[in-house]
Design a protein around this ligand. Structure first.
Ligand code: GTP
Ligand code: MG
Length: 370
C-alpha cells in the first residue's frame, strides 16, 4: 500500500509538521513526525488543510515521462532490429562476424571493430540492419521479462549437421512468446555431414513450415565459414522487415532501451543504448531504470564519437551517474530536477519491493540497501 511520512506530507503541503500531527490527532490518529501513514489518511489530512489532492502513482510517473504515442504521420522508416539466437556452437557468433564483415560503413571506417553488444550494418544496397548480440538466451529472457521488446526479427541459427537441439527449441519458444517473426539460417552447409532437409522437417514439429514445404517461414542455407548465401540471408531480413513496415518518429526526445551496461575504469558507467524513437543528442538529460545522467559522449560501433543517434541505432552512452541494468528503459526528460525525481522515486519503489520480498527486514538490512 502507498504510504507517506508525516514529515513528507507536511513538506508537500508546505505546512508545519506539528500542525499535521495535531490534525491527525483530531482525526483520531496518533502519529509522530517520523511515522508513516497510509494514503487514505493522508487524503483526509490534506482535505482538513483545504489543499487539493493529487495522488501520483508509479504508473502516472511512467506514463508522464514517456509522453504521447507518436502519430502515424510522424513515423519515418527505420532499420530492423535483428537478434541472432540458436543452440550452443551452431555458429551464431561466426554468422554475426560474417554478416558484420559485409558492412560497407565498417570498411569505410578502416575496419575498426569494437564490441558493444549491438551494432548497425550498412548492406550493399545501402539499407541498414541493426544486430543485437545477446550473450545467450538468459539476456533475451531477462529483457523480455522486464517488458523490453527490443527485437523485430529473430534469426534462428540451426547447424545443418546437428539439427534442432534443446536451445533451438527454447529460442523458438522465446520468439513465439514475443510474437517476433523468425528467419531460419541453416548453417554449416559446407560440412559433408550436413542435412538441411532434415532441419526443415524437424522445424515442422515446432509449427515452423518453411517456404519449400508450402509455409511462410524463410529459411536460408548458409555457411558462415565459407560465407555462402550471406546475401540471401540479408535479402530475407530486408524482405521480412519490409513486411513489418517499421517506423519511428525521429523528431522527438529520445527513448530507448539498455542492451548492456558496465562500469569502466576511467570512463565511469557506460551503457549501450538502442534508441527506439526520437533522436538522442549530446547534452540530453535522461533517466534509465533508477539511474539518471546527461549524455556526455556517444560512441558508435566503429569507435567513432557521434553527436546524434536516431531510431534503431545502438550507441555507447557516457555520462550516467550509475550503471543501469540490461533491459532498463532510457528516457530523455526535460530537466535535471525531473530526472533526479524520477530516478529517486524508482529507486525507492525498487527498495520497497526488495524489502517486501525479503520479509520484514532488520534495520541493518534496511541500512544496507539504502
Ligand atoms: P556459442 O556462442 O558457444 O553458443 O556458439 P556459437 O553459436 O556462437 O558458435 P560459434 O560461432 O562460436 O561456432 C562454433 C563452431 O562452429 C566454431 O568452431 C566455428 O568455427 C564453427 N562454425 C561456425 N559456422 C560454421 C560453418 O558455417 N561451417 C563450419 N564448418 N563450421 C562453422
Ligand atoms: Mg557465440
Amino acid at each position: 500500500p502507498e504510504t507517506i511520512t508525516v514529515q513528507e506530507l507536511a513538506n508537500r503541503m508546505a505546512e508545519r509538521g506539528v500542525e499535521v500531527v495535531k490534525t491527525l490527532m483530531k482525526l483520531g490518529v496518533m502519529a509522530t513526525i517520523n511515522q508513516t501513514i497510509d494514503a487514505d489518511t493522508a487524503e483526509l489530512v490534506i482535505e482538513e488543510f483545504g489543499h487539493k489532492i493529487k495522488r501520483v502513482t508509479a504508473a502516472d510517473v511512467e506514463i508522464g515521462m514517456r509522453g504521447e504515442d507518436d502519430e502515424e504521420g510522424s513515423l519515418k522508416p527505420r532499420p530492423p532490429v535483428v537478434t541472432i539466437m540458436g543452440h550452443v556452437d551452431h555458429g551464431k557468433t561466426s554468422l554475426l562476424d560474417a554478416l558484420r564483415s559485409t558492412d560497407v560503413a565498417g570498411r569505410e571506417a578502416g575496419g575498426i571493430t569494437q564490441h558493444i553488444g549491438a551494432y548497425q550494418v550498412t548492406v550493399e544496397s545501402g539499407d541498414k540492419v541493426t544486430f543485437i548480440d545477446t550473450p545467450g538466451h538468459a539476456a533475451f529472457t531477462e529483457m523480455r521479462s522486464r517488458g523490453a521488446n527490443v527485437t523485430d526479427i529473430v534469426i534462428l541459427v540451426v547447424a545443418a549437421d546437428d539439427g534442432i537441439m534443446e536451445q533451438t527449441v527454447e529460442a523458438i519458444n522465446h520468439a513465439k512468446a514475443a510474437e517476433v517473426p523468425i528467419i531460419v539460417a541453416i548453417n554449416k552447409i559446407d560440412r559433408p555431414d550436413s542435412d538441411p532437409n532434415r532441419v526443415k522437417t524437424e522445424l515442422l514439429q515446432h509449427e515452423l513450415v518453411v517456404e519449400d514445404m508450402g509455409g511462410d517461414i524463410l529459411a536460408i542455407e548458409v555457411s558462415a565459414k565459407e560465407r555462402t548465401n550471406l546475401d540471401k540471408l540479408i535479402e530475407a531480413i530486408l524482405l521480412q522487415s519490409e513486411l513489418l513496415e517499421l517506423g519511428a518518429n525521429p523528431d522527438r526526445a529520445a527513448q530507448g532501451v539498455v542492451i548492456e551496461a558496465k562500469l569502466e575504469r576511467g570512463r565511469g558507467p557506460v551503457a549501450t543504448v538502442l534508441v527506439q524513437r526520437g533522436t538522442l543528442k549530446i547534452g540530453d538529460i535522461f533517466v534509465s531504470g533508477s539511474e539518471w545522467g546527461r549524455v556526455r559522449a556517444m560512441i558508435n560501433e566503429h569507435g567513432k564519437s557521434i553527436e546524434e543517434a536516431g531510431p534503431a541505432l545502438p550507441v555507447e552512452v557516457l555520462g550516467l551517474n550509475g550503471a543501469p541494468l540490461a533491459g532498463d528503459d532510457f528516457i530523455v526528460v526535460e530537466h535535471e530536477a525531473r530526472a533526479r525525481e524520477i530516478a529517486e522515486f524508482r529507486g525507492q519503489t525498487k527498495r520497497e519491493k526488495e524489502m517486501a520480498a525479503s520479509g520484514r527486514g532488520t534495520l541493518e538490512q534496511m541500512l544496507d540497501k539504502i
